[in-house]
Design a protein around this ligand. Structure first.
Ligand code: ZN
Length: 636
């Protein structure tokens, strides 16, 4: 039996309180606002996803599944646009937002129902296939959009509409007599309902989220019941297993992350929310157990998760192929959402490490530097045939990326009863409330290209509190000085954070220096695809090589000497790929000469010759001439 509390000790500082002006994220945010969000609006118009809310389209049925969940794509765009508006006035964007919000409100049916596909095309099939048809998933994204819209505009009309829709769902589904014991095959509404509870104070939304998490996977399985009602044999489920829709077992009985990666992460984000809201240690322990399985056995170095295209999800422990890695952008985003919730429980830096690792690598790789091209899957190697595209038939990833990028400030700071927590580093200004007092926090740094970080604290008047500084998991050597002097006591780390308790006055400065040598990264011996290979990392940035820097040489023939990795030259190239730090140096190239007519040869291993190589950050690959890419390199 456990007695620990699942309540969060930390409270995130919202993105509205932080402004980034760093070299890495702030140009990405600006491109997101000025290019990506308008581009997505255009795509959502052209593909009918926004006009669908006018309810005058025709569609063949059975419809392609991608159109069934089209409302969610438009909803995520609205959420992204509202976050962008919250931080910066933009009248043309505000006009698009208001126009679309008005369409959504007008599309709502008298009973509160709000899903364009089933209103227009198949009204008699509402709520008949929760396993496959994403109605509650779409509702969840509309709820999140409505909360963001209310925050950005102060206008409650969309939020009120989505409350009515949530009430409609609450009327039909639950464990009370007369309700159906259904829940969605694609989790998302659970975390959205917790947000709706926060936005409205209506506890019934929290109870509905709790019901949906706890009913999921119970026996008899609801998806069996509704399949039989449709006249189908549940054994003929196309995905073969309810792991795919996270309904194979009750959540507290699970010990591995399985099935569809995005569904798993959204569900677990909701579970982490409920652990806190209900102070339920069994739900927190479930998260911790599944986190261990994911992070220690099933996650790519880039923070990508879900290696398999077949189920857009998980396979077996230590199965992490690089070239066929699926690693959907949405899964990286949902992984960040889940870890952010767990981080707030008691400030364990291992969760912030995952957030940082994913943000700088497998998340932001999802969008091109021009802001108009996207990856759905983010492999760690390519033969040269994988490229970002302007849009997808199933465009879940672009607006998801847009909403996270527009609200990125959410992940930088938290507060607790004793002070401020600094989770991420980037040049920025923030206003943080500590014990009821405003404290301005200025970060001056060239992170992630340099590990020197200066924090300037400006409380309104001298104030005693603790500053918790995260020391990233990748960092082996660091120094900290306060107002130029080393700390009096030897600083100790608690769960990855350094606590500095003192009376802070206006203008006090903390200098944190994180050593950033080039590091070689090795995979667990059970990861068969990575054996005899290393990857390059510096700070939070995972590196790759592209053939455009290597005269088209086969990158699989490049061999790196582990002992020479630290001697690679670190060069900042302001004119390359938006300004990146590259790694340059010598490697060995396996020779193809002498093999002209031979596929195999006996007793004569290949020879090598020296070659100069250049590694670039993984997240900016495929922004130049198309070609091969590789993250993991042979060492012999
Ligand atoms: Zn996606």
């Amino acid at each position: 039996m456990t007695t620990k509390s699942a309540r969060r000790q930390l409270t995130p500082v919202p993105f509205t309180q932080i402004t980034l002006d760093d070299p890495f994220w702030s140009p990405r945010q600006e491109t997101n606002r000025t290019v990506t969000i308008p581009h997505m609006h255009q795509m959502l118009m052209e593909t009918g996803r926004i006009p669908a809310f006018d309810l005058n389209f025709t569609r063949l049925v059975p419809s392609p599944i991608v159109e069934i969940f089209g409302d969610s794509d438009a909803a995520k765009w609205l959420e992204a646009a509202c976050y962008a508006l919250t931080t910066r006035p933009d009248p043309p964007l505000a006009a698009l937002v208001n126009e679309f919000a008005g369409k959504v409100v007008a599309a709502q049916q008298p009973d509160g129902y709000l899903n364009t596909h089933f209103i227009v095309t198949q009204p008699d099939l509402r709520w008949k296939n929760l396993r496959d048809w994403h109605e509650m998933y779409c509702a969840g994204h509309l709820i999140e959009a409505a909360i963001a819209h209310h925050q950005a505009t102060g206008d409650p009309k969309l939020l009120n509409a989505l409350c009515r829709y949530a009430d409609h769902i609450d009327t039909h589904f639950g464990s009370e007599p007369g309700k159906r014991r259904g829940y969605d095959g694609h989790p998302e509404i659970e975390l959205a309902l917790v947000r709706l509870y926060h936005a409205t104070g209506e506890r019934r939304y929290l109870k509905l989220a709790q019901y949906m998490v706890e009913e999921r996977g119970q026996s008899p399985n609801y998806f069996d019941i509704e399949a039989r009602e449709r006249g189908e044999d549940p054994a003929h489920f196309w995905a073969k297993t309810y792991e795919y829709c996270q309904a194979h077992a009750p959540i507290r009985q699970q010990d591995k992350v399985v099935g569809h990666a995005v569904r798993a992460m959204y569900l677990l984000a909701g579970v982490a929310d409920l652990a806190h809201e209900l102070d339920d240690p069994t739900l927190l322990e479930t998260c911790e157990r599944l986190w261990d399985n994911l992070v220690h056995r099933r996650m790519y170095l880039t923070g990508g998760i879900g290696p398999s295209r077949r189920n857009e999800g998980f396979t077996t422990d230590y199965d992490l192929p690089d070239e066929s890695a699926y690693a959907e952008t949405c899964a990286a985003i949902a992984l960040i959402l889940w870890n952010h919730r767990l981080l707030q429980v008691n400030g364990d830096g291992k969760y912030a490490d995952i957030i940082e690792q994913t943000l700088y690598n497998g998340f932001i790789s999802g969008v091109s530097l021009d802001g108009k091209h996207f990856f759905y899957d983010n492999p760690l190697a390519s033969a040269g045939d994988h490229h970002r595209v302007p849009w997808f038939a199933c465009p879940c990833c672009p607006p998801n990326l847009g909403r996270l990028l527009a609200s990125l400030g959410n992940y930088f700071y938290s507060t607790s009863a004793d002070g401020i927590w600094t989770h991420l580093y980037a040049q920025s200004s923030a206003r943080v409330q500590v014990q009821g007092q405003d404290v301005e926090v200025r970060q001056v740094t060239n992170y992630p290209w340099d590990g020197a970080i200066r924090l300037e604290l400006r409380p309104a008047q001298p104030q005693t509190f603790t500053l918790h500084l995260r020391i990233p998991g990748w960092c082996d050597e660091w120094q900290v000085r306060v107002n130029g002097a080393p700390l009096a006591e030897d600083p100790a780390l608690t769960k990855g954070y350094l606590a500095i308790h003192r009376t802070w006055g206006p203008g006090d400065q903390v200098e944190l220096t994180l050593a950033m040598p080039v590091q070689s990264v090795w995979a667990h011996p059970a990861v068969r695809q990575m054996q005899g290979r290393l990857a390059l990392q510096r700070g939070p940035i995972v590196y790759c090589m592209e053939s455009v820097d290597h005269n088209g040489l086969g990158l699989d023939r490049i061999s790196l000497d582990p002992a020479a990795v630290e001697q690679l030259t670190i060069e900042h190239r302001p004119d390359l790929l938006g300004g990146v730090t590259v790694l340059c140096g010598a490697a060995a190239l396996i020779q193809a000469a002498g093999w002209e007519d031979a596929l195999y040869r006996r007793n004569r291993p290949p020879t090598t010759q020296p070659v100069d190589v250049t590694a670039i950050p993984y997240c900016v690959w495929d922004n130049r001439a198309p070609g091969e890419m590789r993250v993991w390199f042979r060492t012999g």
